[in-house]
Ligand binder design. Structure first.
Ligand code: SRM
Ligand code: SF4
Length: 572
């Protein structure tokens, strides 16, 4: 425990009191689950997040129901926490079956390598979470003020390879940093309250009030930042020597969320703080978490993420305080830089005689709709080849451990189900991401997942017209400024502003090393491509030597950037 204790105690937020009195995340969840009502109280709604589920409503039905005097249609999103995105064939098939049994018939691959169900009714919540646990996956800590899903490059290099080491490190961190309360087991597995008087030692890392806010960790290789390491609260950039990860640069303070019109909130890139040897990884991560637990803002949840400590204190003070928590002397970070990024799409050798196929999934949504039957297609491929599945931070999936002869059959199955093979997907589509937004997300102010496909279609035509179809261009769209698909790092970020209007950001890049900047605000959805057109035309005529769009925008930042009231971008 640090001596540098917070000097004054401002009034804590209501969520803090709710956590403290929850008896380690129990609240009255079990009683409500067993009762007749179709939704939970506000306090339990907050606790449910720690258990991996959000109480939502069907937003498409909201208006008609309100007008008709009918109450909200409550339903739940359930999120599986999947370290490094690794799922077995059996697990996937079980989740796929649950999507029909309990949810809205779709699965959603998330921007943090998780899988979500939407549209689960309260009566099916227990069955869904218990079912997920039966597959040996969990939802505990998928949401809430704890360590969230630990990300790592999921690509299946041979056993012992650097990527394999990275994935094992992600699993280790996920296990060591998970909440310890028995509440989860009681509620979702046993189905009855057993141990109501747990002592203070239940959560040695988190304590009774857990963390001030969510905490996210991701591990990356310098040559492949496919998990956006600078967007993590704790980013670990591997230091490799002779094929072994010997340590990590510890980056702290990444985060995307901001609130329109509140300049005190902003996206921020994680800063290099120190270096840790690989064998000290867990105590080092724990040290950062303990610092956050003790010093994070528990009064204002909008300013509670660890990025605000890094920003407000500055790196030197942050280092000095962290040194009190570290197991040994603080070592300066190494001069490690991110140099590349891979989508992992298409057909690749694994290095052990097997192959993997990276399938591009539009906005991570696995569904059957009209002639596009992705869900059936994936189920067919998994039943046929029994691959391990690995989810990427681009909401795509890698089918692994395939024989060298599988490609022809994969292509045939894709074609039969109307799915475009990754090789034929345009670069702009490959790099694009959108969050679920309306109809499920309670915070959405605009459409994203349902709007982006048409925008990409229009953009593809525009890029074709300009002869720019092959440039890597990342477009990320969200229904509000919380930044769930990390839109402030992309070449083009489209962020819901007010109903049909969006804020457009430009100047990021696929490698995720910088934030973009505000280009235009309050752009109607139907005019987004028209607003980008003059920029793309100028880029085409002015770019030199293969210059990329985001780089060109940065070079012209002074003339392109709009007055920033919606985006404080990267404060020093
Ligand atoms: Fe997120 C809240 C969806 C990744 C920043 N996010 C939400 C909620 C739970 C809405 C809510 O609080 O009521 C959304 C549920 C929508 C739905 O119907 O499913 C939601 N976030 C998602 C997912 C599913 C988006 C996706 O398209 O994949 C991602 C789930 C990842 C996972 O498996 O764990 C998701 N969210 C992210 C990321 C990206 C990342 O972590 O790499 C971010 C930006 C990084 C960051 O945390 O700063 C992100 N989500 C937020 C925030 C802003 C937090 C902040 O500091 O201000 C919120 C709002 C909040 O926490 O109050 C939020
Ligand atoms: Fe919801 Fe906003 Fe996140 Fe989109 S970015 S899922 S609208 S919270």
């Amino acid at each position: 425990m640090s001596n540098d204790a917070p000097s004054s105690e401002p009034k804590r937020s209501a969520v803090e009191a709710m956590k403290e009195t929850s008896r380690y995340l129990r609240g009255s969840i079990i009683e409500t689950l067993q009762g007749e009502v179709d939704h939970f109280s506000d306090a339990d709604k907050n606790l449910l997040k720690f258990h991996g589920t959000y109480q939502q409503e069907d937003r498409d039905a909201r208006k008609a129901r309100t007008q008709g005097g009918v109450r909200k249609h409550y339903m739940f999103m359930v999120r599986c926490k999947i370290p490094a995105g690794r799922v077995t064939a059996d697990q996937y098939l079980a989740l796929d079956a649950m999507a029909s049994q309990y949810a809205n018939g779709t699965l959603r691959f998330t921007s943090r390598q998780g899988i979500q169900f939407h549209g689960v009714l309260k009566g099916d919540l227990h069955g869904t979470i218990a079912g997920i646990n039966q597959t040996l996956l969990t939802t505990l800590g998928a949401c809430g003020d704890v360590e969230r899903n630990v990300m790592a490059c999921p690509a299946p290099d041979a056993e012992g390879s650097v990527r394999h080491q990275l994935q094992e490190a992600a699993r280790l961190l996920a296990t060591q940093l998970a909440p310890r309360t028995r509440a989860y087991h009681e509620i979702w597995i046993n189905g009855q309250a057993l141990n109501k008087d747990e002592s203070e030692t239940v959560e040695p890392l988190y304590g009774k009030t857990y963390l001030p806010r969510k905490f996210k960790t991701g591990l990356a290789l310098p040559e492949d930042n496919c998990i956006d390491v600078y967007a993590q609260d704790l980013g670990l950039l591997a230091h490799v020597q002779g094929g072994q990860i010997v340590g990590y640069n510890v980056l702290v303070g990444g985060g995307m969320g901001m609130t329109h019109g509140n300049a005190n909130t902003f996206p921020f890139m994680a800063r290099p703080i120190c270096y840790t040897r690989a064998e000290d990884l867990v105590p080092t991560a724990e040290a950062v978490i303990k610092l956050f637990r003790d010093h994070g803002n528990r009064a204002d949840r909008k300013r509670a993420r660890i990025k605000y400590l890094v920003h407000d204190w500055g790196v030197e003070r942050f280092r000095a305080v962290l040194a009190e928590y570290l197991p040994g002397p603080l070592q300066a970070p190494l001069p490690l830089e991110v140099t590349g990024f891979e989508t992992h799409l298409g057909w690749h050798p694994q290095g052990n005689g097997k192959w993997y196929y990276g399938l591009s999934v539009e906005n991570g949504r696995v569904k059957d709709e009209g002639t596009l039957r992705l869900r059936t297609c994936l189920r067919t491929l998994v039943q046929r080849f029994r691959p391990e599945l690995r989810l990427t931070a681009l909401q795509d999936v890698l089918l692994c451990d395939l024989p060298g002869t599988a490609l022809a059959e994969i292509n045939r199955v894709l074609e039969e189900h109307g799915i475009t093979p990754s090789e034929k997907v345009s670069p702009v589509q490959k790099y694009s991401l959108a969050c679920p937004a309306i109809p499920t997300c309670g915070l959405a102010i605009s459409e994203a997942e349902r709007a982006l496909p048409l925008i990409i279609d229009e953009l593809e035509l525009e890029l074709q017209r300009l002869g720019l179809s092959e440039i890597p261009l990342s477009v990320r769209m969200t229904g509000c400024p919380n930044g769930c698909v990390r839109p402030y790092q992309s070449d083009i970020g489209i962020v819901g502003r007010s109903g049909d209007k969006y804020t457009i950001f430009v100047g990021g890049e696929v490698e995720g090393r910088r934030l973009n900047f505000l280009y235009q605000d309050l752009v109607p959805r139907g005019e987004i491509v028209a607003v980008l057109r003059p920029l793309l035309e100028r880029f085409r005529s002015e770019r030199r030597n293969g210059e990329r769009f985001g780089d060109w925008c940065q070079a012209h930042r002074d003339e392109l950037s709009a007055p920033a009231h919606a985006h404080a971008a990267s404060p020093a």
